[in-house]
Design a protein around this ligand. Structure first.
Ligand code: PEP
Ligand code: MG
Length: 756
């Protein structure tokens, strides 16, 4: 067990990565590490060159070191080629007898007849193969295969980058910089947006438009001449910063600890990259200019690539150079750093937000996206105040302009006066500290008339757990298991998922936990899963459809949940169920996962309650059948509203049509609650409506007694509950259900209608 745990632990690989001086040495250290932990004689890494359809040995421990770069095999050739072609591990105990066996004379491999090859893949992309060989006595076991898969999955991203960089080491024609003009500053004073993640931030603006920053560096004249020594110091400083940041991400977010800064570090470790810069400097070029020249060559090459993934690397090179020059030229010191800043961006990837969080960004304003989009949900988990404001002019604000972000109300103040700042700072200090909020929480929530209400927490990352626990949540009503999947570079293995889930179970100390199976697709994109381009991903191959179509991934997840749920009150819930058929198929997958664990003698929790997320309108018309079969319902209002009303939840321009109090939404919710109550099944709400004070009385009046919400809202919602009388909420719900228009409901609830 120990060796698997060890190999699943990203920190060891990361440590190796940090210690290596070059890509080649990293690969070499990796094969040494695997040889050591798996007690094998040989470990080698082969990289796949798609252009020539060749697998080339790039590192070996145990075989003749002269074989590196010399041993090459065609796609599908030998057992190694077969593993890559069929994208599956090949494990044989008498390799020389296998029809695909191919001996490479001079490698000294004939003495090792036990053979294991595991493909290194990133989604559908074939990157290379990790092979292990042993002498006759000791066969490879299932644990070895699992451990190798874990290593291969962790290595995929680094190796894919390494492979690309290695293939680029040819002379490149220098590319002349293109003249660009800077954006024109505009004078915005106040912008009204929507709250995506609450909080308050005051800090200089940082408009995330990486090209702009990079081009500004290009235009600079660099009057001061720098030395080679100063350049080397700047490289070292950059390396240390990147390693620190990676360390912080790992510490903060153990479940999501992908090597976010890996590609930056890798480029920096690429001998050719820094080496050419040094050569240029030795020939008399000023270091910042040398760095930019070299970067431009890489960027140009990356941009021309047909591979989207390679094109994305442009950003990494730009980021890295901005950071490097920032470390060299004092004037630009702050460029690569988000500390204390309010970021303004068109849109951000989850990995961008994680990086910003590790650099202690003060807040963020996005000019696209919706408040229930997943970047907003992640911002709440990372406690980064965020506003979504549909105003593209914000992108033209000059960097360093002071921004006051009142993410409680969604207001953005650009270059605010001293009075505005003073009044917000006062409000901010008056805010109840988290300590006070914890102290004020009761372990049970009741309405004014004593009706018991259960408040559960929505958990996205394990880092949400501690605050949820401290705020006395009564369990986890929704664990969005996809977040670790979104942030990482490849599908986490069953074992990695098990570790994450088990930590959640232990952290919740016997309270109920509802695991939602993978809900990817829509705005939850996996960078490594190359789904065919979908015109309309919100209605595409997503969620339970994805799981049912990718049974191996689904089964691994279910097995990890069942194993983690031992001795816990665990439930499993399927997202985006559209029909009884979907539910039965998902349930069957669960039964099969249990059978496979039984067969292998692996202990697990045998009797989880199994529920359905109500998110699609079709479910409402099948609700009685589903209530007969499912153990519980959880209403995911974010998607339910989106699909009932046909309004994209991530599109700020149609936000005015996204109306939770639409009579159709309320009537549909009522039908779901009634069907559940008739069969005595639990029903809860876990979408954003569950924390919105204007809708909570209505939900109670409709019959909801369990809400699951982002932990930071727990104190406020508990307080509100204590003021409500069930009788009154019932009357309110009756009136709302009888209303003909959204306007009538809005006036009943005392809310101002916007948009439509
Ligand atoms: C929902 O749709 O309401 C929900 C809770 O799920 P998610 O926001 O993760 O799609
Ligand atoms: Mg949903």
């Amino acid at each position: 067990m120990d060796r698997i745990k060890l190999l699943c632990d990203i920190s060891e690989l990361n440590h190796l990565f940090r210690e290596s001086v070059s890509i080649e040495s990293f690969l070499h250290e990796t094969v040494r590490m695997v040889t050591h932990h798996l007690k094998t004689e040989v470990c080698s890494i082969y990289l796949y060159d798609e252009d020539d359809s060749l697998l080339v040995m790039k590192a070996t421990e145990g075989l003749n070191p002269d074989s590196v770069d010399q041993v090459k095999m065609k796609y599908g050739e030998g057992l190694t080629g077969l593993a890559l072609k069929e994208m599956r591990p090949i494990c044989v105990s008498r390799a020389s007898k296998h029809p695909n066996y191919k001996l490479f004379v001079g490698t000294d491999e004939e003495q090792y007849d036990n053979f294991l090859a595991v493909p290194i893949t990133r989604g559908p992309a074939r990157i290379g193969v990790l092979t292990l060989q042993r002498k006759k006595k000791k066969k490879f076991e299932e644990e070895d295969v699992m451990a190798c898969r874990a290593v291969a999955s962790q290595l995929a991203n680094i190796i894919e980058n390494a492979k690309f960089l290695m293939s680029m080491h040819q002379a490149h024609a220098p590319v002349e910089p293109v003249e660009q003009t800077r954006s024109i500053p505009t004078g915005l004073e106040f912008v009204r947006g929507k709250t995506a993640a609450e909080g308050f931030a005051l800090g200089p603006a940082h408009v995330v438009d990486k090209e702009k920053t990079f081009d500004a560096l290009y235009e600079s004249r660099y009057d001061q001449a720098y030395t080679l020594e100063q350049f080397d110091q700047a490289v070292k400083a950059t390396e240390i910063q990147l390693e620190d940041l990676q360390g912080q991400v790992e510490e903060k977010l153990t479940d999501a600890a992908s090597l976010i800064f890996a590609s930056h570090l890798l480029i920096l470790k690429d001998k050719e990259f820094v080496g050419t810069m040094r050569r240029l400097i030795e020939e008399g070029e000023n270091p910042p200019v040398a760095a930019l020249k070299m970067a431009r060559q890489y960027i140009d090459l990356f941009r021309r690539s047909a591979n989207v993934y390679v094109r994305e690397k442009v950003q990494d090179v730009e980021d890295l150079i901005v950071r490097l020059i920032g470390n060299l030229v004092q004037e630009y010191e702050k460029l690569g750093d988000f500390k204390g800043r309010v970021v303004i961006a068109r849109d951000l990837f989850p990995s961008d937000l994680l990086r910003m969080s590790s650099e202690n960004v003060a807040g963020a304003v996005l000019v696209a996206g919706g408040v229930t989009s997943h970047i907003a949900i992640l911002a709440r988990s990372l406690q980064i105040p965020m506003v979504i404001a549909n105003n593209y002019d914000l992108l033209h604000i000059p960097d360093d302009t002071q921004i006051l972000l009142d993410a409680d109300t969604g207001n953005v103040y650009v270059d605010p006066s001293n009075e505005v700042i003073a009044s917000f700072q006062k409000r901010n200090t008056d805010r109840l500290s988290i300590k006070d909020q914890i102290a004020g929480m009761k372990s049970q929530t009741r309405t004014a008339d004593g009706t018991r209400i259960r408040l559960l927490a929505n958990i996205n990352l394990l880092s949400d757990l501690s605050i949820a626990e401290q705020l006395k949540c009564e369990g986890v009503g929704l664990y969005r298991t996809e977040f670790p999947f979104i942030i990482r570079n490849d599908f986490p293995s069953e074992q990695e998922q098990y570790f994450t889930y088990r930590r959640l179970v232990l952290g919740m100390k016997n309270k109920p936990i509802t695991f939602r199976t993978l809900d990817i697709g829509g705005d939850k994109v996996l960078s490594y899963y190359n789904n065919a381009h979908e015109q309309n991903p919100g209605m595409g191959m997503r969620s339970i459809r994805f799981s049912l179509q990718n049974r191996r991934i689904f089964t691994q997840q279910l097995r990890a949940m069942l194993r983690a749920g031992i001795n816990a009150d665990m439930r499993i819930m399927f997202p985006m169920i559209a029909s009884t058929d979907d539910f039965r198929q998902a349930r069957k997958a669960l039964t099969e996962a249990m059978a496979s664990l039984d067969q292998e003698g692996i202990p697990y929790f045998p009797s989880p309650k199994v529920g359905i997320m109500v998110e699609l309108p079709s479910v409402v018309h099948m609700i009685h059948e589903l209530a007969a079969e499912a153990d519980f319902f959880s209403i995911g209002t974010n998607d339910f509203i989106q699909f009932l009303l046909g309004v994209d939840r991530t599109n700020e321009t149609v936000a005015g049509f996204y109306i939770p109090h639409h009579p159709a939404v309320l009537r549909a919710i009522k039908l779901v609650i009634d069907a559940a109550q008739k069969r005595d099944k639990e029903v809860s709400v876990c979408g954003d409506m569950a924390h919105q004070s204007e809708y909570i009385p209505l939900l109670l009046g409709l019959g909801i007694r369990t809400l699951s919400l982002d932990p930071s809202y727990l104190p406020r919602v508990q307080k509100l509950m204590e003021q409500l009388e069930i009788q009154q909420t019932r009357r309110l719900a009756e009136q709302a259900l009888a209303a003909d228009t959204t306007e009538q409901v809005a006036s009943l609830l005392g809310i101002r209608q916007t948009g439509s």
